[in-house]
Design a protein around this ligand. Sequence first.
Ligand SMILES: NC(=O)c1ccc[n+]([C@@H]2O[C@H](COP(=O)([O-])OP(=O)(O)OC[C@H]3O[C@@H](n4cnc5c(N)ncnc54)[C@H](OP(=O)(O)O)[C@@H]3O)[C@@H](O)[C@H]2O)c1
Length: 303
Amino acid sequence: MILIAGATGLLGGIVAYQLLEKGEDVRILIRHDSPAAELAKQGLATPAQMLINNGARPIYGDLKDAASLDAACSGVETVITTANSIMRGGPDTIESVDLNGTKNLIDAARTAGVKHFIYTSAAGVDINHPNPFFQAKATCEAYLAQSGMVYTILKPGVFMEIWIGAVVGMPLQAAQPVTLVGQGDHKHAFVSVQDVAAYAVKAVDHPAARNAAILIGAPRAYSWTEIVEVVGQVMGHPLPINYVSIGERVPLIMEEMSQLLTTMETYEDKIDMAQTAAIYGVEPTPLTKFAARFFKVGVQPSN
Ligand SMILES: NC(=O)c1ccc[n+]([C@@H]2O[C@H](COP(=O)([O-])OP(=O)(O)OC[C@H]3O[C@@H](n4cnc5c(N)ncnc54)[C@H](OP(=O)(O)O)[C@@H]3O)[C@@H](O)[C@H]2O)c1
Protein backbone atom coordinates (compact mmCIF):
# COMPACT_ATOMS: atom_id res chain seq x y z
CA MET A 1 0.00 0.00 0.00
CA ILE A 2 1.25 3.48 -0.95
CA LEU A 3 -0.04 6.53 0.95
CA ILE A 4 0.01 9.83 -0.95
CA ALA A 5 -0.27 13.09 1.00
CA GLY A 6 -0.95 15.93 -1.44
CA ALA A 7 -2.83 13.77 -3.98
CA THR A 8 -5.44 16.53 -4.44
CA GLY A 9 -2.67 18.86 -5.61
CA LEU A 10 -1.21 19.14 -9.10
CA LEU A 11 1.83 16.87 -8.76
CA GLY A 12 0.31 14.47 -6.23
CA GLY A 13 -2.71 13.89 -8.46
CA ILE A 14 -0.57 12.92 -11.45
CA VAL A 15 1.52 10.62 -9.24
CA ALA A 16 -1.64 9.00 -7.89
CA TYR A 17 -3.07 8.42 -11.38
CA GLN A 18 0.18 6.92 -12.63
CA LEU A 19 0.49 4.56 -9.65
CA LEU A 20 -3.16 3.48 -10.01
CA GLU A 21 -2.54 2.84 -13.70
CA LYS A 22 0.37 0.60 -12.72
CA GLY A 23 -2.02 -1.38 -10.55
CA GLU A 24 -0.65 -0.18 -7.20
CA ASP A 25 -2.79 -0.08 -4.07
CA VAL A 26 -3.05 3.67 -3.42
CA ARG A 27 -4.40 5.40 -0.31
CA ILE A 28 -4.88 9.17 -0.49
CA LEU A 29 -4.92 11.57 2.45
CA ILE A 30 -7.86 13.94 1.97
CA ARG A 31 -9.51 16.84 3.83
CA HIS A 32 -13.15 17.90 4.13
CA ASP A 33 -12.33 21.53 3.28
CA SER A 34 -10.05 20.89 0.30
CA PRO A 35 -10.33 23.60 -2.40
CA ALA A 36 -9.11 21.08 -5.00
CA ALA A 37 -12.40 20.71 -6.89
CA GLU A 38 -12.50 24.49 -7.45
CA LEU A 39 -8.77 24.82 -8.27
CA ALA A 40 -9.04 21.89 -10.69
CA LYS A 41 -11.14 24.11 -12.98
CA GLN A 42 -7.96 26.13 -13.62
CA GLY A 43 -5.87 22.97 -13.99
CA LEU A 44 -4.21 23.57 -10.61
CA ALA A 45 -5.42 20.61 -8.55
CA THR A 46 -6.95 17.13 -8.65
CA PRO A 47 -10.42 16.46 -7.21
CA ALA A 48 -10.31 13.59 -4.71
CA GLN A 49 -13.45 12.09 -6.22
CA MET A 50 -11.74 11.58 -9.59
CA LEU A 51 -8.95 9.64 -7.89
CA ILE A 52 -11.46 7.62 -5.87
CA ASN A 53 -13.34 6.82 -9.09
CA ASN A 54 -10.04 5.48 -10.43
CA GLY A 55 -9.51 3.18 -7.45
CA ALA A 56 -7.74 5.29 -4.82
CA ARG A 57 -8.79 4.62 -1.20
CA PRO A 58 -9.46 7.85 0.69
CA ILE A 59 -8.61 8.46 4.32
CA TYR A 60 -9.31 11.70 6.12
CA GLY A 61 -6.41 13.45 7.81
CA ASP A 62 -4.48 16.69 8.07
CA LEU A 63 -0.74 17.21 8.42
CA LYS A 64 -1.49 19.73 11.18
CA ASP A 65 -3.31 17.05 13.18
CA ALA A 66 -0.61 14.52 14.14
CA ALA A 67 -3.12 12.04 15.59
CA SER A 68 -4.96 11.80 12.26
CA LEU A 69 -1.82 10.54 10.54
CA ASP A 70 -1.48 7.32 12.55
CA ALA A 71 -4.43 5.62 10.85
CA ALA A 72 -3.34 7.06 7.49
CA CYS A 73 0.09 5.40 7.79
CA SER A 74 -1.14 2.11 9.23
CA GLY A 75 -0.42 -0.83 6.90
CA VAL A 76 1.48 1.39 4.48
CA GLU A 77 4.79 0.37 2.91
CA THR A 78 5.63 3.61 1.10
CA VAL A 79 4.62 7.21 1.83
CA ILE A 80 4.85 9.84 -0.89
CA THR A 81 4.25 13.44 0.12
CA THR A 82 3.80 16.34 -2.25
CA ALA A 83 1.71 18.32 0.28
CA ASN A 84 2.56 21.97 0.86
CA SER A 85 0.83 25.14 2.00
CA ILE A 86 1.67 27.64 -0.74
CA MET A 87 -1.60 27.41 -2.72
CA ARG A 88 -3.77 26.94 0.38
CA GLY A 89 -3.35 29.65 3.04
CA GLY A 90 -5.45 30.27 6.18
CA PRO A 91 -4.27 27.88 8.91
CA ASP A 92 -2.08 26.08 6.35
CA THR A 93 1.19 27.95 6.68
CA ILE A 94 4.85 27.24 6.06
CA GLU A 95 5.31 26.60 9.77
CA SER A 96 2.17 24.52 10.36
CA VAL A 97 2.29 22.43 7.16
CA ASP A 98 5.65 22.58 5.39
CA LEU A 99 7.69 22.35 8.57
CA ASN A 100 5.71 20.83 11.46
CA GLY A 101 3.12 19.02 9.33
CA THR A 102 5.76 17.24 7.26
CA LYS A 103 7.61 16.28 10.44
CA ASN A 104 4.30 14.94 11.85
CA LEU A 105 3.94 12.73 8.78
CA ILE A 106 7.55 11.49 9.02
CA ASP A 107 7.01 10.63 12.71
CA ALA A 108 3.71 8.85 12.05
CA ALA A 109 5.24 6.88 9.16
CA ARG A 110 8.24 5.77 11.23
CA THR A 111 6.00 4.75 14.14
CA ALA A 112 3.72 2.76 11.79
CA GLY A 113 6.69 0.88 10.36
CA VAL A 114 6.63 2.47 6.91
CA LYS A 115 9.66 1.25 4.96
CA HIS A 116 10.18 4.02 2.40
CA PHE A 117 9.36 7.73 2.59
CA ILE A 118 9.44 9.84 -0.57
CA TYR A 119 9.52 13.56 0.16
CA THR A 120 9.05 16.32 -2.39
CA SER A 121 11.47 19.09 -1.55
CA ALA A 122 12.90 21.56 -4.09
CA ALA A 123 16.19 22.46 -5.75
CA GLY A 124 18.13 25.22 -4.01
CA VAL A 125 16.78 24.72 -0.48
CA ASP A 126 19.07 25.45 2.44
CA ILE A 127 18.71 25.48 6.20
CA ASN A 128 20.02 29.09 6.20
CA HIS A 129 17.98 30.23 3.21
CA PRO A 130 16.42 33.71 3.69
CA ASN A 131 13.06 32.37 2.43
CA PRO A 132 11.29 30.39 5.21
CA PHE A 133 9.72 27.96 2.71
CA PHE A 134 13.17 26.90 1.47
CA GLN A 135 14.37 26.71 5.08
CA ALA A 136 11.46 24.47 6.06
CA LYS A 137 12.13 22.12 3.13
CA ALA A 138 15.83 21.82 4.05
CA THR A 139 14.94 21.15 7.70
CA CYS A 140 12.52 18.37 6.68
CA GLU A 141 15.10 16.83 4.34
CA ALA A 142 17.53 16.52 7.27
CA TYR A 143 14.76 15.28 9.60
CA LEU A 144 13.79 12.55 7.13
CA ALA A 145 17.39 11.50 6.43
CA GLN A 146 17.91 10.71 10.11
CA SER A 147 14.51 9.01 10.57
CA GLY A 148 15.81 5.49 9.96
CA MET A 149 13.36 4.89 7.08
CA VAL A 150 14.64 4.42 3.53
CA TYR A 151 14.20 7.87 2.02
CA THR A 152 14.02 9.51 -1.37
CA ILE A 153 14.14 13.29 -1.61
CA LEU A 154 12.84 14.72 -4.88
CA LYS A 155 14.45 18.11 -5.57
CA PRO A 156 12.75 19.60 -8.60
CA GLY A 157 13.38 23.00 -10.10
CA VAL A 158 10.54 25.45 -10.73
CA PHE A 159 7.38 23.86 -12.18
CA MET A 160 6.73 25.15 -15.70
CA GLU A 161 2.97 24.54 -15.51
CA ILE A 162 2.48 26.56 -12.32
CA TRP A 163 4.98 29.35 -12.73
CA ILE A 164 4.96 30.02 -16.45
CA GLY A 165 1.18 29.62 -16.35
CA ALA A 166 0.93 32.31 -13.66
CA VAL A 167 3.70 34.74 -14.58
CA VAL A 168 3.19 34.67 -18.36
CA GLY A 169 -0.20 33.02 -18.88
CA MET A 170 -2.25 35.18 -16.51
CA PRO A 171 -1.14 38.54 -17.98
CA LEU A 172 -1.71 37.10 -21.45
CA GLN A 173 -5.28 36.23 -20.51
CA ALA A 174 -5.77 39.68 -18.97
CA ALA A 175 -4.18 41.38 -22.03
CA GLN A 176 -1.55 42.99 -19.80
CA PRO A 177 2.26 43.10 -20.07
CA VAL A 178 4.20 40.36 -18.31
CA THR A 179 5.74 41.67 -15.06
CA LEU A 180 9.25 40.48 -14.21
CA VAL A 181 11.31 41.24 -11.11
CA GLY A 182 14.76 42.84 -11.36
CA GLN A 183 16.31 42.14 -14.75
CA GLY A 184 14.58 38.75 -14.95
CA ASP A 185 17.98 37.37 -15.89
CA HIS A 186 18.76 34.69 -13.26
CA LYS A 187 18.60 31.27 -14.87
CA HIS A 188 16.61 28.44 -13.33
CA ALA A 189 15.99 24.78 -14.02
CA PHE A 190 12.31 24.96 -14.96
CA VAL A 191 10.85 21.47 -15.03
CA SER A 192 7.58 19.99 -16.24
CA VAL A 193 5.44 18.58 -13.42
CA GLN A 194 4.98 15.49 -15.64
CA ASP A 195 8.71 14.77 -15.34
CA VAL A 196 8.63 15.18 -11.54
CA ALA A 197 5.69 12.76 -11.35
CA ALA A 198 7.62 10.25 -13.45
CA TYR A 199 10.53 10.38 -10.99
CA ALA A 200 8.19 10.00 -7.98
CA VAL A 201 6.69 6.86 -9.53
CA LYS A 202 10.10 5.43 -10.46
CA ALA A 203 11.41 6.18 -6.95
CA VAL A 204 8.97 3.70 -5.39
CA ASP A 205 11.01 0.69 -6.45
CA HIS A 206 14.13 1.91 -8.26
CA PRO A 207 17.26 0.82 -6.34
CA ALA A 208 19.07 4.08 -7.18
CA ALA A 209 16.37 6.01 -5.31
CA ARG A 210 17.08 4.35 -1.95
CA ASN A 211 18.49 6.89 0.50
CA ALA A 212 19.00 9.32 -2.36
CA ALA A 213 18.23 12.90 -3.28
CA ILE A 214 17.24 13.35 -6.92
CA LEU A 215 17.78 16.78 -8.48
CA ILE A 216 15.21 17.22 -11.25
CA GLY A 217 15.63 19.86 -13.94
CA ALA A 218 15.31 20.23 -17.69
CA PRO A 219 17.75 20.04 -20.60
CA ARG A 220 18.79 23.68 -19.98
CA ALA A 221 18.14 26.55 -17.58
CA TYR A 222 16.26 29.70 -18.63
CA SER A 223 15.86 33.22 -17.26
CA TRP A 224 12.37 34.73 -17.06
CA THR A 225 13.24 37.12 -19.88
CA GLU A 226 14.22 34.16 -22.09
CA ILE A 227 11.01 32.33 -21.18
CA VAL A 228 8.89 35.29 -22.25
CA GLU A 229 10.80 35.29 -25.56
CA VAL A 230 10.12 31.57 -26.09
CA VAL A 231 6.39 32.00 -25.33
CA GLY A 232 6.31 35.01 -27.69
CA GLN A 233 7.73 32.79 -30.44
CA VAL A 234 4.99 30.21 -29.79
CA MET A 235 2.30 32.92 -29.80
CA GLY A 236 3.71 34.41 -33.00
CA HIS A 237 4.40 37.88 -31.55
CA PRO A 238 6.76 39.33 -28.88
CA LEU A 239 5.15 39.83 -25.46
CA PRO A 240 5.52 43.21 -23.71
CA ILE A 241 7.45 43.07 -20.41
CA ASN A 242 7.23 45.46 -17.45
CA TYR A 243 10.27 45.14 -15.13
CA VAL A 244 9.77 46.05 -11.43
CA SER A 245 12.38 46.38 -8.67
CA ILE A 246 13.48 43.49 -6.48
CA GLY A 247 10.89 43.05 -3.71
CA GLU A 248 8.13 44.95 -5.55
CA ARG A 249 4.72 43.23 -5.74
CA VAL A 250 3.94 41.50 -9.05
CA PRO A 251 0.31 42.06 -10.11
CA LEU A 252 -2.23 39.26 -10.83
CA ILE A 253 -0.39 36.51 -8.93
CA MET A 254 -0.53 35.42 -5.28
CA GLU A 255 1.58 37.34 -2.72
CA GLU A 256 3.58 34.17 -1.91
CA MET A 257 4.44 33.69 -5.58
CA SER A 258 5.41 37.33 -5.91
CA GLN A 259 7.85 36.93 -3.00
CA LEU A 260 9.31 33.78 -4.54
CA LEU A 261 9.83 35.68 -7.82
CA THR A 262 12.06 38.08 -5.89
CA THR A 263 13.87 35.12 -4.31
CA MET A 264 14.45 33.68 -7.80
CA GLU A 265 16.40 36.81 -8.76
CA THR A 266 18.87 36.14 -5.90
CA TYR A 267 20.23 32.78 -7.07
CA GLU A 268 20.55 30.53 -10.11
CA ASP A 269 20.11 26.77 -10.49
CA LYS A 270 21.25 24.78 -13.47
CA ILE A 271 20.76 21.04 -13.25
CA ASP A 272 22.53 18.69 -15.65
CA MET A 273 19.97 15.96 -16.23
CA ALA A 274 21.91 13.68 -18.59
CA GLN A 275 23.06 11.16 -15.99
CA THR A 276 19.87 11.16 -13.88
CA ALA A 277 17.64 10.84 -16.94
CA ALA A 278 19.67 7.83 -18.10
CA ILE A 279 19.54 6.14 -14.67
CA TYR A 280 15.77 6.50 -14.28
CA GLY A 281 14.77 6.41 -17.95
CA VAL A 282 12.86 9.70 -17.81
CA GLU A 283 13.17 11.97 -20.86
CA PRO A 284 13.26 15.62 -19.67
CA THR A 285 10.63 17.88 -21.24
CA PRO A 286 12.28 20.86 -22.97
CA LEU A 287 10.80 24.33 -22.41
CA THR A 288 10.04 24.73 -26.12
CA LYS A 289 7.93 21.54 -26.14
CA PHE A 290 6.10 22.59 -22.96
CA ALA A 291 5.42 26.11 -24.29
CA ALA A 292 4.11 24.83 -27.63
CA ARG A 293 1.74 22.46 -25.82
CA PHE A 294 0.64 24.77 -22.99
CA PHE A 295 0.21 28.06 -24.86
CA LYS A 296 -1.56 26.57 -27.85
CA VAL A 297 -4.17 24.85 -25.68
CA GLY A 298 -3.64 26.07 -22.10
CA VAL A 299 -4.16 29.81 -22.49
CA GLN A 300 -6.71 31.68 -24.56
CA PRO A 301 -5.54 35.29 -24.95
CA SER A 302 -8.42 37.69 -24.52
CA ASN A 303 -7.48 39.86 -27.53
N1 LIG B 1 5.47 24.70 -7.80
C1 LIG B 1 6.78 24.60 -7.98
O1 LIG B 1 7.37 25.31 -8.82
C2 LIG B 1 7.58 23.64 -7.15
C3 LIG B 1 8.97 23.57 -7.33
C4 LIG B 1 9.70 22.67 -6.59
C5 LIG B 1 9.06 21.86 -5.66
N2 LIG B 1 7.71 21.97 -5.50
C6 LIG B 1 7.07 21.11 -4.50
O2 LIG B 1 6.31 20.13 -5.20
C7 LIG B 1 5.27 19.67 -4.34
C8 LIG B 1 3.95 19.61 -5.11
O3 LIG B 1 3.59 20.89 -5.52
P1 LIG B 1 2.14 21.13 -6.14
O4 LIG B 1 2.19 22.45 -6.84
O5 LIG B 1 1.69 19.94 -6.88
O6 LIG B 1 1.26 21.30 -4.80
P2 LIG B 1 -0.25 21.78 -4.71
O7 LIG B 1 -0.95 21.60 -6.01
O8 LIG B 1 -0.25 23.14 -4.11
O9 LIG B 1 -0.88 20.73 -3.68
C9 LIG B 1 -1.04 20.98 -2.35
C10 LIG B 1 -1.47 19.68 -1.71
O10 LIG B 1 -1.08 19.73 -0.33
C11 LIG B 1 -2.22 19.37 0.43
N3 LIG B 1 -2.17 20.00 1.73
C12 LIG B 1 -1.94 21.29 2.03
N4 LIG B 1 -2.02 21.48 3.35
C13 LIG B 1 -2.29 20.27 3.89
C14 LIG B 1 -2.51 19.82 5.20
N5 LIG B 1 -2.47 20.67 6.26
N6 LIG B 1 -2.78 18.51 5.42
C15 LIG B 1 -2.86 17.65 4.38
N7 LIG B 1 -2.66 18.02 3.10
C16 LIG B 1 -2.39 19.32 2.87
C17 LIG B 1 -3.41 19.86 -0.37
O11 LIG B 1 -4.57 19.22 0.09
P3 LIG B 1 -6.03 19.95 0.05
O12 LIG B 1 -6.51 19.79 -1.36
O13 LIG B 1 -6.81 19.18 1.05
O14 LIG B 1 -5.81 21.39 0.43
C18 LIG B 1 -2.98 19.44 -1.75
O15 LIG B 1 -3.25 18.09 -1.96
C19 LIG B 1 5.27 20.61 -3.14
O16 LIG B 1 5.94 20.01 -2.06
C20 LIG B 1 6.05 21.80 -3.63
O17 LIG B 1 6.67 22.52 -2.60
C21 LIG B 1 6.97 22.83 -6.23
